[in-house]
Design a protein around this ligand. Structure first.
Ligand SMILES: O=c1ccn([C@@H]2O[C@H](COP(=O)(O)OP(=O)(O)O[C@H]3O[C@H](CO)[C@@H](O)[C@H](O)[C@H]3O)[C@@H](O)[C@H]2O)c(=O)[nH]1
Ligand SMILES: O=C(O)[C@H](O)COP(=O)(O)O
Length: 317
């Protein structure tokens, strides 16, 4: 089945997960002699991480497509590590990986640390808070990497389900994608505007690529990797795959504002603001927010994570 996306630039680099049967991929992987690591970053995801791990572990056992299944516990205060290990993952705590390199909170940090403890030639990233998804996310993302050596980065895309507080489900998810990422790309990187889910937490990349890029420690990682890959390797290095539908645990809009600020910072740096080169820590950036309490409006600020890790290859030698 082909994807229905027909934009001129992206049409030919867009596929559907059904285009990539697991059996064919496993044979191709064997022929190429490549190994695959699936990495799941998780902070306080004890409710969902076990199911995500166990379904991918089953795919690994059934197909031989996954050589390593790793959860990076990102400073969880619940039983995420235990649930992930019980379900069959190898678990590392982000702060305990290469402790001499210090530690930062954040998803980007978890994925950067994963580069120091995994071995796969191909890396597949899957979020731990998924509620609607399937192991076809993994096979779909591997398809373009196993079929075309010029592809370095594969982004998943899907219908974004949104579960309201009353339990109703609509296709209105992806608030930061719609309100920040898409406008940023359309204004400043129109060549990338055909990426359907630029912030997708489900994506795959070659290790060589990942080890060559600076990685923002927070939620800027997806946008940074997309922009830097396009900048250094061209749009030909990027493919995307239709993965169907995806549901996940939602953050409050108020918290997503921090993510939005992180994305704007990543974009601003890559637009070349003087004195804010890639990978350089900026001055502290604070997000100003307000809470109403009775008749009072109270202002407060939160720190926006600004740090970017250097390319992993610079610390692994
Ligand atoms: O400090 C953190 C925060 C999150 N996570 C994990 O990262 C994944 C995604 O985090 P989540 O808070 O669910 O992000 P979303 O609100 O869903 O944000 C979307 O947009 C982000 C910005 O591009 C992407 O990083 C996410 O993967 C994508 O789902 C989950 O498994 C989290 O447990 C960590 O490991 N450490
Ligand atoms: O991609 C996004 O915009 C964020 O993950 C938020 O998604 P949500 O609005 O579906 O929670």
């Amino acid at each position: 089945m082909s994807s229905t996306l027909t934009t001129e630039t992206w049409g030919e680099r867009t596929s559907h997960w059904r285009d990539w049967p697991a059996k064919h991929l496993a044979a191709r992987k064997r022929d190429l002699g490549l190994t695959v690591s699936v990495v799941i970053p998780a902070r306080n995801e004890e409710a969902t991480v076990g199911e995500v791990v166990s379904r991918i572990a089953r795919l690994a056992a059934d197909t031989g497509l996954v050589d390593e299944l790793v959860v990076i516990d990102s400073d969880s205060t619940d039983k995420t590590s235990e649930a992930a290990a019980r379900a069959g993952a190898t678990v590392h705590r982000a702060r305990e990986v290469a402790p001499h390199l210090d530690t930062f909170p954040g998803k980007g940090e978890a994925l950067w640390k994963s580069l120091l403890v995994t071995k796969g030639d191909l890396l597949v990233f899957v979020d731990a808070d998924l509620t609607q998804w399937g192991p076809h996310f993994v096979t779909g993302l591997l398809g373009p990497l196993l079929s075309d050596e010029h592809v370095l980065l594969v982004k998943g895309f899907y219908e974004r389900l949104y579960r309201g507080t009353d339990g109703s489900v609509t296709a209105d998810g992806g608030r930061v994608t719609e309100l920040v990422a898409r406008p940023l790309l359309s204004l400043w990187w129109p060549g990338l505007a055909g990426i359907v889910q630029p912030l997708a937490g489900e994506w795959a990349a070659r290790r060589d690529l990942m080890e060559s890029l600076p990685i923002p420690v927070g939620y800027g990682i997806e946008l940074a990797v997309l922009l830097d890959t396009a900048d250094q390797h061209g749009l030909e290095a990027i493919a995307q795959v239709d993965l169907g539908s995806r549901g996940h645990k939602h953050q409050a809009s108020h918290d997503l504002a921090l993510m939005a600020a992180e994305l704007m910072l990543v974009a601003e740096r890559r637009r070349g603001r003087p004195g804010h080169d890639k990978g350089e820590a900026a001055d502290p950036v604070r997000l100003h927010q307000f809470i109403r309490s009775g008749h009072e409006i109270r202002g407060y600020t939160r720190a926006v994570p600004t740090h970017e890790r250097p390319p992993a290859r610079s610390v692994t030698g």
